[in-house]
Ligand binder design. Sequence first.
Ligand code: PLP
Length: 365
Amino acid sequence: MPIYLDYNATAPMRPEVRDLVIRVMEGVGNGSSVHAYGRAARKYIEDARAQVADLCVATPEQVTFTSGATESINTVLHHFRGKRILVSSIEHPAVLQSAPDSEQIPVTTNGVIDLNALEALLKAEPTALVCVMLVNSETGVIQPVAEAAQLAHDHGALLFVDAVQAAGRINISLNKLGADYMALSAHKMAGPQGVGALITKSGLETPRFMLGGGQEKNCRAGTHNTAGIAGMGLAAQIAKDSITHYDETITKMRDDMEEKIRALTNGIKIYGDHMPRVGNTSNIGLHGVPAQTQMMALDLDGIAVSSGSACSSGSFKPSHVLTAMGADESEAKSALRISMGWNTTQHDIDTFLNSYTKIIKRTQA
Ligand code: PLP
């Protein structure tokens, strides 16, 4: 049986979510039509809106459905183009590339944004928007978003939070975090791919990016992806209800796995291990062994993990997250991300450990 340990890339859909998506797809109806078919589709959409709102302690009116977090991010950053934007240096490429003229907030070697540096940047010049993700996708490190929001607001800026990797792993409250805008993605919380949401603070105008129709109260044009949205709603509800499972089961499996790996060799570095992290993610550098070599060996044993490095024109670029944390090129290119989720079992982790031990023995003999 193949073993999937790449939940931060995308999570397998939960069976009950898949069943709902299929059921909705088997029907017909445009959520904007007034007849019975349209009303049935609209009900799925509005039920999902309430479920997504509940996940982040917001109201349904604050939720706008999009085609994914990338669109939500582009929507907000496009709205602020031409204005001063500060982004953490470990944001997802969707943030970094949608705000090419932004200035970067550095992170410490532990992978947490440097709040003193943020304050200095805010003091230096008026700023319109600050972008800080809630959980980093590569290290799982939880960022001090509430503190960043306070600093941003004290200096007249708004705060955008990419909460994609936090959903279902830690509790999210838009207001407690002080977020003005938040992006969510369904497929990272065991929902379908190609659907996401933008949550806007109450009283703030939702930015418009996709133009052409009156859907989503004129804020996001385009026929609703009814099946995807229904699936996202159910996935959000289950994600919220499953946080205790994350805390208790998955975090323990991850911590035990890291302890066993530490006992195998001194030649490893676990990125962000001294910081609060979500329980499903482990980013492990194996000194001197390229991540591609490790991934290929694991793949031969039927195990799917990820490396933070991006492949471009046939060569691998080191992870911008790890280099922002001070890793040199060779260190950043030898790190693997193991990310677990709702369907991960101890057997999966034991199989990974056996395979990883073989790699260590082969390369460090
Ligand atoms: N933000 C983070 C932190 C992510 O991990 C991802 C997905 O890789 C995205 C944004 C983009 O999400 P989507 O696939 O919904 O466009």
